[in-house]
Structure formats: structure tokens, C-alpha cells
Design a protein around this ligand. Sequence first.
Ligand code: CA
Length: 374
Amino acid sequence: MNIRTAIKLRFGAFMGCLLALTILAGCSQKENKGATTAGYTPQPVFKFRMVTTWPKNFPGMGVAAENLAKAVDEMSDGRLTITVYGSGEVVPALGVFEAVSLGNVEMGHGAAYYWKGKVPAAQFFTTVPFGMTAQEMNAWLHHGGGMTLWEELYAPYNLVPIAGGNTGVQMAGWFNKEINSIEDIQGLKMRIPGLGGEVFNRVGGSAQTLPGSEIYTSLQMGAVDATEWVGPYNDLAFGLHQVAEYYYYPGWHEPGPTLETIINKEAWDSLPPDLQAILRTASRMINEDSLSEYTARNNDALRELVEEHGVKIRRLPDDVIEALREASREVVSALPGDDELAQRIHRSYSEFHEDVMRYHEISERAYINLRPVD
Ligand code: CA
């Protein structure tokens, strides 16, 4: 055998091995496929539409809805796909509850306090003034009986709720003048919706309800003197520092708002148990993840507001906070009226709140007070 023949033979043997390896690899893939498809019944694929109360891809809240859809698609290997629609694309922001309730779409993402006109007690499942923080809300919902009450509250509307996000403690808001005492609140026109707005009226202010899209212009044109929105991350994106100089804390009116994922009951029942579990798990994931996102992004946004835009950060004076606290007690206690379920929700929320505060006095608050401020 000459050297050329030897090389040819060796090359042939190498190619043969390569071919054999390729075939083996191919066979093993096929076998794997064969193994997984043996006795395999094709699984039905579900395509859900999810309407939201947020503009498409709105930082934080809108992104949470997109992340939910992405996680469900990945976890279910495409067996459940969710198409996300921003507010106004299929229904207006405040039409989400009804659209999902009627089954016109399968799912929605928003916040329960938007439905207070239909279901006043729903507000307990987002946030109440001087109420629980994000961490405490999650504890009540998932380990304190809150979730069962929420499910009971939504059952007559053909809806299954799951917690689906949290912004953490919000900011008290933007003011075009300094607030030095409760006198400065008298007659002040502020965009502040929901229970916070009712409380604001009780202490002498004039609460206005405006959609997010109208806040900037209303403040710029002087239609309102002040506005709350969310916190530095969202407020910077809205440019509110361009139309008001003073940025007040703390967000007494929204101390830890929970967002919600709602699913039409028939659509929910049509899903096999594993897809229901995936949907629950994915919503719990965004419930945690959005809070993490806000916690991370608020810091950079606050720095930019102060250092680059000269925003003046102020704490609400003590007498204003005390007046708001007293008015909040009255407004929240009156909320359930004579509705039996609303009364049970109020009792459960209040008892849990008192208990959790007792321990948080000597844990969360005690520790936070230890930290240096600079
Ligand atoms: Ca707010």
C-alpha cells in the first residue's frame, strides 16, 4: 500500500465514521422522538387574547403583561399562547373587566380598584390608603386567606383572579407649590383617583379623576395643581418633572398596589390542569418580577430627577399626614357598607394588617431605621 492509498483509506474510514456518527446521531434523535411520541396523543393548543389597562409595553405594568405571555409560551412549549393588547386596541382601559367577564376575550391584566364602580370591595385587592405594603399584601393574599376571598368576590362575574404585579410604595405626587401645612391642601385641585381621592376631598382638597394620558397637559395648563401617578420610574417616563417642581413622599394612598391577571371562567375551565398551573405560576412570577423591576429602576430614575432635572424632594408635613390618616380610617371603614362579603373582606384585611404590623415593627421597620440615610 502506497502512502496515497493509505491516506485515501484513512480518509474513507474517517468519512465512514463521520457518516456512522451522523446516522447514529440521527437515529438517537429519532429514537428520542420515537420514545416521546410512543403512545403520544397530540395536545390541543390554546390561543388566548389578553386585554390590558396599560398602553402597549408601558414600563413596569405593561411589560409585566408581556412577560406573563412570554413565560406561559415557554413553559407550555407553545401549547398556550397569549396575545397581549394595550388599552384601546380591543377595548378601552376601563372596559377590561367587562370584556373578560362576558367572554369576549379570554384574559385581562389591570388593577382591581379600577372596577370599584361595579365591585367596591375589589379595592381591597389593589391597595387602600395607609394599608399594607407589597410584602404584606402578598402574605395576606397567598398565606392569609386573601386570595380565597378575591376568588369569591369575582366568581359572580365569571372571573378567576390571580395576583399579577406590584409597584411597591408609590410617591405622594407632584405639586406646583410647597405644602407646609394642611392649610395648603384647602381647595387644591389634585389628580388622585379612587379611595385616595375620597380621602383627599375629606381633608379639604379637590380630587380629580383623569386618565394617565391627560395628566401632563392638565398640570401644564393649570387644570390641576398637583397629581399623583406611580413613582420615579414611571413618572420620569411621563415627563412630570417638566410641569411641576416639587415631588412629595410618601405614597400614603397607594402603599403597595397589587396588579391582577383575570381569566374568564369558561376559558379557565377549558384548560387542562397543567396549563392552569403554568398560568398561575407565570402570574405569580410577574407578581414578584414587576416589584423587583420597580425596586431596581426607581433608584436610577430618582437620581436623574434630582441630579439632572433639579426636582425638589419633600416629605408631606406631619399635620397633613395625620389628617389624611384619620380621614382614611373613616373612608375605609365605610367602604363595605351592608354587603356581607365586603364586610368579611374588610375584616380579614384589617385583622391581617394589624397582626403583620406588630411583627414588622420589630423586624422590617426596626431594621430599616437602623440604616444610615447617606
Ligand atoms: Ca398611583
